[in-house]
Design a protein around this ligand. Sequence first.
Ligand code: 5GP
Length: 176
Amino acid sequence: MIVVFSGPSGVGKSTIINLLKSEFEFYFSISHTTRPMREDEQNYTDYYFVSNEIFQEMVSKNEFIEYEKYGSYFYGTSKNEITKSSFTILDLEVNGATKLLSTNSDYRGIFIDIDDEILIERLNERGHNKGFIEERMKLASEQRKSIPKFHYVLKNIDLKTTLKEILDILYDLEKK
Ligand code: 5GP
């Protein structure tokens, strides 16, 4: 079973995924990316950090089940990654997630969202300016158009509640 997590930026998806990774024993696919490694990240654990050349070579060899350009960098899930466990979780931006769910009816998608007012509040708290926040809100509303492709939609109002809802879904899917 492949479970795809996605959602607009700022909804708290990374916090949820980091918690799931550190406290529970689910297998998370490790993506390839051309983005530079951040200080708190590790190669082969958070991502396979690769050059543009290597990424494009993998594309030409058809080694990805999906890949997208997000911001200035490429991100992709290699075919190899999804064969490693019988239950695998993918954390993807909305375009890649939507395409994958459209072409694989046996995959399950979880869209994590929040209400606009809370999203604005969170982006404000992160110190973003008005223009940036407006762009993000426009993008979020575009991304929500993909919701029908997902099997579960969760509003991340309270982290503990969201985590419980996600665990219920994952344990349930694991049984299938
Ligand atoms: P970040 O650079 O913050 O780690 O990730 C940026 C975005 O890329 C996140 O929304 C993350 O879910 C997404 N992402 C990570 N790996 C992949 C991948 O293999 N494919 C796609 N389509 N998106 C990915």
